[in-house]
Design a binder for this molecule. Structure first.
Ligand code: BGC
Length: 745
């Protein structure tokens, strides 16, 4: 490979010297590239090599690089030293190797990986450093499996609590979304792997996702659905983006000139590649001209992909130029150079499923667990006088690394909640385990689950009488009971949205009956999305929320239950009392049919609840601790600011309880005097701080005034209105502990 490149470089340098005009042009291009990839500059040398490579390539070779030749790779050009581009899912860790031409496992015995907590969990940490840690850790695993592209992070906005992929996405809030997406991507790409930020864009439901035509007004698009993608490109320098399945304003996302060319490239300056979602391409010339670079997953033999033989025919028929094709090849070669897949001497080798990586997974999990209720102070468990604990529920032993439709991880380590308790409890405490409820689906749905169902699998809600009896006996004879309930990755799954918020498999009845026989019962929900917890919240004194929480999830959960870890997770979305309260449902604009218009506009998530004064069951940003925090001395460094300044918010946080802990200070901004429609408040800053029991700490949160801008459609500009703004500082969106007014001049 090296020799080829040296020969080519020499040839090109000779050409390069002959044409002065070309040389000026090339230098100019390279300059542009340097500003766009500031972290790792594309060198002149690479550009020269790219020219030389393209000049050597046949049309067939070029086409081979523009589409998948197996499920997760494109062709390279071996004779020129261009490797295949190897891709892998995804958001939970490196996907098990699957067969070249089918979704069946390839049957490798060296592809066991770390199962990382799902994105909902990362978001609940409200900790960008952990997001970096995740990206960096999983990036190393990608390299150890010789991958060039990691199909992650998934950053679509959670528009409805019923979304099947809610667990795979971060949040309902665009600010939190971008603050987590950026370090995640940087972490991945620090390991010479491309992040592939997905799914671009407005892919917020699974129902009809293959064809639904999404419509949003322009302001909503810019303020809610695009900020994290924009930051991924401009702040994190993401090398690749995945085009979504659905349509936007009439055109499929993978052939959408407005989104892929105008916004992504012309406005944001994206220089990386756009890879289609699997089987999301519908045309040849249109898709390429409108900005897509690589077609993946089309359900046909490789030569029948839209960018294979059909592309060659289109060129021969004069429907597309070779120059256009070269533009895409050039982009692909650039990113291959960028991650040292071509000509790289010191490319990260990576490592897989190491103790360090399991520890990374643990660190994320322990900060993600959300304490929702602790009225009787049953938590953390005091073990004096406790001889036996009933552990009830299928989720005590359910594994979630694999399951459902979509990407999972084959792992050697998944600590379940029951394993975690066994690992952490002293041996003299007897665990009385009872499964309690069965994960059961009606037969038809089970059969369909193999294909895209676009319907939640219908569950059997009756409890098995024997299982119920066993659970009640265990609860009665034990000093205390812990129920592990919620959902799992078969129930919450890609390719289908849930029908409603109800808890599946008869769990509601089980929980109530267990609570009736043993009031010392702790309820732990495991899931990725909101559920109807109204009755459980009312009847149970102690309620914890945990996630599909990775290889170490069970240990982290046991540590929270036993108080080794003080919970510090905060909900990254609103848990509604009723689905009708949620904006997409209140406006009757979910899921649509052929098309869907997001009628709630910018009022997504808590923006809707706060503006309309609707009480949620648990608000965005909510999460308790085993200690208490007091916020004081809330002030800003100035009273008024101009547009180019940063607002500095100072506050003092005191840990007034007896345990060390972490708290998240959250800053929401209101603009009551605005001349345009604005949400009652919007998250614009946050900081997670660790404070020892009894200690006091000062915190500073900086907000660039530019963050207060709204998107003015008529001028296509971000505009900061002048006037008085109120900064509301709290530890959840509904627990505001202090306010400061500032002026923008
Ligand atoms: C998903 C993507 C995923 C791809 C490859 C698609 O169905 O939407 O997120 O990366 O499959 O597995």
């Amino acid at each position: 490979m090296k020799i080829n490149l040296i020969v080519l470089s020499l040839a090109t340098l000779i050409l390069f010297n002959i044409s002065c005009k070309d040389a000026t042009k090339l230098t100019k291009d390279v300059k542009t590239e340097k500003t766009l990839f500031p972290s790792e500059e594309i060198s002149l040398d690479n550009e020269t090599k790219i020219d030389a490579l393209i000049a050597e390539m046949t049309l067939e070779e070029k086409a081979g690089m523009l589409h998948g030749s197996s499920k997760f790779a494109t062709e390279g050009v071996e004779r020129l030293g261009i490797p295949k581009m190897n891709m892998t899912d995804g958001p939970l860790g490196i996907r098990e190797e699957i067969s070249k031409d089918s979704w069946a496992p390839a049957g490798w015995d060296n592809d066991f990986a770390t199962y990382y907590p799902a994105a909902g969990s990362v978001a609940a940490t409200w900790n960008p450093e952990l997001s970096y840690k995740f990206g960096n850790s999983v990036g190393q695993e990608a390299r150890a499996r010789d991958k060039d592209v990691l199909l992650s992070p998934a950053i679509n906005i959670i528009r409805t609590p019923l979304g099947g992929r809610t667990y795979e996405y971060f949040t309902e809030d665009p600010f939190l979304n971008k603050k987590l997406a950026v370090p995640f991507i940087v972490g991945i790409q620090d390991n010479d792997v491309m992040a592939c930020v997905k799914h671009f864009a407005v892919n917020n439901q699974e129902t009809n996702r293959d064809f639904v035509d999404v419509n949003t007004d322009e302001r909503t698009l810019r303020e809610i659905y695009l900020p994290a993608f924009k930051a991924s490109v401009q702040e994190a320098n993401a090398y690749s983006v995945m085009g979504a399945y659905n349509k936007f304003r009439g055109d499929f996302l993978c052939e959408n000139d407005y989104m892929q060319n105008k916004i992504l490239r012309d406005e944001w300056g994206f220089k990386g590649i756009v890879i289609s979602d699997w089987s999301a391409v519908h045309s040849t010339v249109k898709t390429l001209v409108n900005g897509l670079d690589i077609e993946m997953g089309t359900r046909k033999p490789a030569n029948e992909f839209f960018l294979a033989d059909k592309l060659i025919a289109a060129l021969k028929d004069g429907e597309i130029s070779e120059e256009e094709i070269d533009k895409h090849i050039r982009r692909i070669l650039r990113v291959l150079f960028q991650v040292k897949a071509i000509d790289g001497t010191d490319r990260t080798e990576g490592s897989l499923a190491t103790e360090e990586h399991y520890k990374d997974a643990y660190d994320i999990a322990e900060e993600s667990i959300v304490l929702l209720k602790n009225e009787k102070n049953l938590l953390p468990l005091q073990l004096e006088g406790i001889n036996s604990i009933a552990v009830i529920g299928n989720n005590a032993t359910k594994k979630n690394a694999l399951g459902g439709y979509g990407a999972g991880v084959k792992t050697k380590r998944e600590i379940t909640p029951l394993d975690g308790l066994k690992n952490r409890l002293p041996e003299n405490i007897k665990i009385n385990y009872a499964e309690g409820y069965l994960e059961r689906y009606s037969k038809n749905d089970n059969d369909q689950k193999i294909e895209v169902t676009l319907n939640t699998p219908t569950t059997i809600t009756e409890l098995d009488p024997e299982k119920l009896k066993e659970a009640l006996e265990a609860a009665k004879k034990s000093d205390l009971a812990i129920i592990f309930a919620g959902s799992n990755r078969d129930y919450e799954t890609e390719a289908s949205d849930r029908k409603d918020l109800s808890l599946p498999f008869g769990q509601e009845e089980l929980i109530q009956k267990v609570l009736a026989v043993n009031p010392n019962t702790i309820v732990v929900m495991i899931g990725g999305a909101p559920f109807d917890l109204n009755t459980i919240k009312e009847k149970s004194s102690s309620l914890i929320w945990s996630w599909f929480n990775g290889s170490e999830g069970g240990n982290a959960l046991a540590d929270v239950i036993l108080g080794k870890v003080n919970p510090s997770g905060k909900l990254p979305w609103t848990m509604p009392k009723r689905i009708e309260d949620s904006p997409a449902h209140a406006t009757n604009s979910f899921p649509g049919d052929e098309s869907v218009t997001y009628e709630e506009g910018i009022m997504v998530g808590y923006r809707w609840f706060d503006t309309k004064n609707i009480e949620p069951l648990y608000p965005f940003g909510f999460g308790l601790s085993y200690t208490d925090f007091e916020f004081s001395n809330i002030s800003t460094n100035k009273d008024s600011y101009s547009e180019d300044e940063d607002i500095q918010i100072n506050l003092t946080i005191k840990n007034t309880g007896i345990r060390d802990g972490k708290e998240v200070a959250q800053v929401y901004v209101s603009h009551p005097g605005s001349s345009i429609e604005k949400a009652a408040k919007e998250l614009k800053g946050f900081k997670k701080v660790f404070i020892k029991s009894g200690a006091t700490q000062d915190a500073i949160i900086s907000i660039p005034v530019k963050e207060l801008a709204y998107y003015q459609v008529s001028t296509k500009k971000w505009v900061v209105e002048k006037g008085t703004y109120i900064l509301k500082i709290g530890n959840s969106s509904r627990n505001i502990l202090g306010e400061v007014s500032i002026k923008i001049n």
